[in-house]
Design a protein around this ligand. Structure first.
Ligand code: HEC
Ligand code: HEC
Ligand code: HEC
Ligand code: HEC
Ligand code: HEC
Ligand code: HEC
Ligand code: HEC
Ligand code: HEC
Ligand code: HEC
Ligand code: HEC
Length: 303
């Protein structure tokens, strides 16, 4: 490769890498402001000082991305350690603690992480619904050991991370018709960004429909004959998580349609009667192109 191009290539890969990970430079942190116990504590900057008592954590931590990228710098998250080294039995430990017993608020704990993670996927954390509800980074992540293959989440199975708090979603995912989350074909985070989003409901895409089109592009159309609610919002008919009606529908058969339509002008339709329209597949026996039609005479979604 030509030398100039090689340099350019290096620059582009470096920028692409930074954009992809979104990890930014750590700022200078006022540790004593986060935890007054750290007044007068200095950086030790030597992990070998910790080995004697924390060998287990040091080893498991070394296998994580932090361990590799921050080369064992414990103090990047726990603050200056000289006081702790001088009196290891002092309680509470003069350190930034993330444990449930910690006296730090979730905002204070999170601010340490956000020094380096305020971009990328975490860009919308501030003001997001989890931030506003005092959820901490370590409600979902465990950093001292790899408990999952992906993103140091507290458990491998993502759905159970979320349903620990969102109990009703566990129930929905157990219904007969549901998104294939428990089958492991997708995770909650295929549709949601748990860190925050510019869109409503922590959705990754701008709207409900844009979220669904990512995997069901054939529903995007455009169709010659559009069905207004399909254009508008898939969730007016489907429950995005699960339902006991076939096709994750919010309502059974004809009742779904009749929540917006009266029976329609059916007096001239051969084979139609109110009783037959409400059994089995109901209205979609005839209106089988309910998402839209491209047939020249499909205005009523019957073909
Ligand atoms: C002489 C032993 C000893 C040494 C050396 C030592 N520690 Fe500790 N450390 C302890 C003890 C004891 C605890 C308290 C454990 C507990 O509360 O269960 C502790 C707790 C901690 C905690 C948990 C604080 C919390 O409550 O969440 C962190 C973080 C920590 N040490 C980091 C370090 C780091 C980093 C070093 C090296 C710079 C280090 N320690 C060196 C003995 C030591
Ligand atoms: C990238 C941030 C980060 C770095 C770097 C880091 N830790 Fe931790 N550490 C945490 C978090 C978060 C927790 C809380 C874990 C939890 O959820 O209970 C923790 C917990 C601990 C604990 C308490 C263990 C427990 O769970 O009760 C010890 C001890 C500890 N860390 C030691 C260290 C040592 C030693 C190093 C350096 C080798 C280090 N940490 C580097 C984030 C970090
Ligand atoms: C000093 C900077 C720094 C701090 C502080 C920091 N991180 Fe990181 N974090 C990094 C770097 C660098 C990476 C690796 C990025 C990469 O290689 O893609 C990373 C990666 C991660 C990952 C992805 C791990 C993986 O295996 O894919 C998670 C999750 C994470 N950090 C969470 C946290 C949390 C939670 C905290 C606070 C307790 C925190 N970080 C504090 C720099 C930091
Ligand atoms: C509600 C649960 C939850 C909370 C709270 C949370 N995360 Fe995550 N995080 C996840 C999940 C799930 C993934 C994996 C996403 C995926 O792979 O699709 C992830 C992935 C990551 C990654 C790696 C991939 C990426 O998006 O960059 C980083 C870094 C990260 N989280 C940092 C943080 C930080 C920093 C905080 C706190 C400010 C935090 N997380 C809070 C659930 C959470
Ligand atoms: C530690 C508890 C906790 C965990 C774990 C958790 N959440 Fe949440 N989540 C909350 C709270 C609290 C709210 C706000 C109140 C509510 O709407 O229930 C919330 C709200 C939400 C909302 C509604 C957003 C809105 O704008 O109304 C979504 C979507 C969401 N969480 C998705 C997730 C996903 C996906 C995961 C797993 C990656 C997850 N949550 C894990 C506590 C949690
Ligand atoms: C196929 C995409 C998709 C998947 C997968 C998904 N969601 Fe959602 N979620 C949505 C959409 C769309 C909305 C907003 C419209 C609605 O409520 O139907 C939403 C809304 C929410 C809300 C807030 C409103 C409410 O119903 O309480 C929570 C909380 C939530 N989801 C949690 C989860 C959890 C937890 C998981 C994983 C078990 C998950 N979601 C998986 C698409 C999805
Ligand atoms: C990440 C990809 C993905 C996204 C995003 C997604 N889906 Fe799906 N969807 C699937 C998969 C995979 C299946 C299962 C297909 C199968 O098993 O044949 C499915 C199945 C369905 C089914 C049929 C369920 C059944 O029981 O017959 C409906 C209805 C559906 N999705 C609606 C939606 C809606 C509405 C949205 C937006 C809120 C959405 N999907 C977003 C991947 C996705
Ligand atoms: C007017 C109500 C309605 C709206 C709005 C709607 N659907 Fe449907 N959808 C249905 C009905 C009815 C079925 C058939 C269910 C069955 O198989 O019994 C269905 C089935 C599906 C299926 C599974 C079978 C197939 O056709 O692939 C998917 C996937 C689907 N819809 C996705 C979507 C998406 C994506 C949107 C938004 C763009 C959407 N739907 C909007 C009524 C609706
Ligand atoms: C959320 C409300 C809603 C639901 C549910 C709904 N529709 Fe519609 N539908 C509409 C609207 C709005 C129009 C457009 C009416 C117009 O243009 O005058 C429409 C148009 C139609 C048309 C064409 C009517 C015409 O005058 O050309 C048919 C046929 C139709 N819907 C059938 C169905 C069937 C079958 C179902 C059930 C699977 C259903 N709809 C569910 C709101 C809904
Ligand atoms: C046996 C077949 C059949 C069944 C079952 C059926 N439809 Fe229709 N529907 C039609 C046909 C054919 C038309 C077109 C009539 C026309 O163009 O004059 C139509 C027209 C409509 C229209 C448009 C009326 C208009 O003003 O143009 C609506 C709305 C509608 N149906 C809704 C429904 C609903 C809701 C159900 C279920 C309760 C249903 N249909 C069941 C065959 C059926």
């Amino acid at each position: 490769m030509n030398r100039r191009f090689y340099k350019l290539w290096l620059l582009i890969t470096a920028i692409a890498f930074l954009l992809q990970t979104g990890v930014t430079q750590a700022k200078d942190v006022d540790w004593a402001a986060l935890n007054p116990d750290l007044v007068g504590a200095d950086l030790v900057e030597d992990t070998s000082e910790c080995l004697e008592c924390h060998e287990e954590y040091i080893k498991s931590y070394a296998k994580t991305k932090h361990g590799r990228r921050l080369s064992g710098d414990c103090e990047a998250c726990h603050g200056p350690m000289s006081k702790h080294i001088d009196s290891p039995n002092l309680k509470p430990v003069p350190a930034i603690s993330y444990k449930p017993t910690s006296r730090l608020s979730s905002d204070q704990k999170n601010s340490v992480c956000l020094q380096c993670h305020e971009g990328g996927g975490q860009m919308y954390w501030q003001g997001g619904v989890h931030e506003a509800n005092k959820v901490s980074c370590n409600s979902c992540h465990y950093l001292m050991e790899r408990n999952s293959d992906r993103s140091l989440t507290i458990r491998e199975d993502m759905a159970t991370i979320c349903t620990g708090c969102h109990v009703e979603k566990r129930g929905q995912m157990l219904k007969s018709s549901h998104m294939p989350v428990r089958e492991g074909k997708m995770g909650c985070s295929d549709c949601h960004n748990p860190h925050g989003s510019y869109a409503p409901q922590l959705l990754r895409a701008a709207t409900v429909n844009e979220t669904c089109y990512q995997c069901h592009p054939e529903k995007r159309g455009p169709f010659l004959w559009e069905h207004a609610p399909v254009r508008d919002d898939c969730s007016s008919c489907h429950d995005s998580h699960g339902s006991n009606n076939p096709g994750m529908l919010r309502n059974k058969g004809a009742f779904l349609c009749m929540s917006c339509h009266q029976y329609g002008e059916h007096s001239n339709v051969p084979g139609y009667n109110r009783a037959s329209a409400t059994v089995g597949q109901g209205c979609i026996n005839c209106h089988n192109r309910v998402h839209g039609s491209n047939h020249p005479s499909g205005a009523k979604f019957t073909r």
